[in-house]
Design a protein around this ligand. Structure first.
Ligand code: CP
Length: 360
């Protein structure tokens, strides 16, 4: 477990840059204990996770393999605390837990938990830790998962937290499944190095973009193109990291030119749930930032189309049948990579590797 987080004051820890926080969150073998930020994952760890996810999906194909997996973490229970709507992340984490034999509980609406009676988030999370061994949490508040990780690490029931989406800030496990999808898609195309990833849509408020943009910096010479209407262009915090790491990038509103250069186009929804004023997003002209059949015609033959989903109209459904449309497979990849993450969090990856080697 992460002992160091119990030895640092919250004010000191929270003031550290993300890259320095990382060492407080990892286990001694390099596996994540708390999973809070994309910055915790380097090239080697991403490779380990992708390999483990590949092994798990291969093992799960047979009944005897699925039974083996379902015996791995039967002694642990996970709490899914989602105070913000979710379909994919919630269900894929539930499925991941089921694959490994982890039993689950859930709070999806704080109006029916004791928060409604005025209980603080800290007390709620400490309450969950009394009954469970892992908390997977989605919140609208930036930094809450991080604070709760510190609170629990300083309690008598220190258990890991996985951030399943925190405000507009980070969605690290979405970025893991995005990277896993890219790695699988380019397995026979030279890997991820030297590729161009085009992000399009609401890049300012999309937490998946912030997390994925960072993870891509682990791969050599991956160029990032950010295509958005000016009010929704990617944040300066993201660009500062790319500049610091010497990553090639550009901001543009010319979607068609970007598509011609793309190896992957990552579409995002307009995140109007974060509007400060009524109708703020609706006033922005977004019609040039949608993916339809005209855009499909411009896409290079080996490029892929991704989307964290849910979508509205930013990808027309007529695109869904194209073999380059990867968003449905991307969603299922989320279940496998989250299974791998939970397996690593609970330290059972060696048993899975051994089983895979002996049976494949
Ligand atoms: N991509 C994603 O986080 O989807 P959900 O909001 O449905 O979990």
């Amino acid at each position: 477990m992460s002992k160091r987080l119990a030895n640092i004051a919250w004010e000191t820890f929270s003031a550290l840059p993300l890259t320095e926080k990382t060492s407080f969150l990892m286990q001694s073998d390099g596996a994540p204990y708390h999973t809070l930020f994309a910055q915790q994952f380097d090239y080697a760890l991403l490779d380990q996770l992708a390999t483990l996810a590949n092994e798990i999906r291969a093992i799960a194909k047979t009944r005897v393999g699925a039974e083996f997996l379902s015996q791995q973490v039967t002694h642990k229970r996970a709490m899914l605390y989602f105070s913000q709507p979710s379909s994919r992340t919630f269900l894929s984490f539930v499925s991941a837990c089921q694959i490994l034999g982890v039993q689950t509980g859930e709070v999806r609406d704080t109006a029916i938990s004791s928060e409604f009676k005025g209980e603080s988030r800290e007390d709620s999370v400490r309450t969950f830790s009394s009954y469970f061994d892992l908390i997977i949490m989605r919140t609208p508040e930036k930094g809450l998962a991080e604070h709760m990780a510190w609170v629990l690490s300083n309690s008598d029931r220190p258990i890991p937290i996985i951030n399943a989406g925190s405000g507009q800030d980070q969605h690290p496990t979405q970025a893991l499944l995005d990277i896993y999808t890219l790695l699988r898609s380019f397995e026979r195309g030279g890997g991820l190095r030297d590729k161009t990833v085009v992000f399009c849509g609401d890049l300012l408020r999309g937490r998946t973009v912030r997390s994925l943009s960072y993870l891509l910096t682990n791969y050599p010479n991956v160029r990032q193109l950010f295509v958005a209407p000016e009010p929704l262009q990617v944040g300066t915090d993201v660009l500062a990291i790319l500049e610091q790491k010497g990553v090639p990038f550009a901001r543009t509103d010319d979607f068609h030119a970007a598509i011609r250069e793309a190896d992957a186009v990552y579409m995002t929804r307009i995140q109007d749930e974060w509007d400060n004023a009524k109708g703020e997003s609706a006033a922005i002209d977004t019609h040039r930032f949608k993916f339809g059949l005209d855009e499909l015609a411009l896409l290079p033959p080996r490029a892929i189309i991704m989307h964290p989903l849910p979508r509205r109209d930013e990808i027309v459904t007529a695109v869904d049948g194209d073999p380059r449309a990867m968003y449905w497979r991307q969603m299922r990849n989320g279940m496998w990579i989250r299974t791998a993450l939970i397996a690593m969090t609970f330290g059972c990856e060696k048993r899975i590797h051994d089983y895979f080697r002996h049976n494949n």
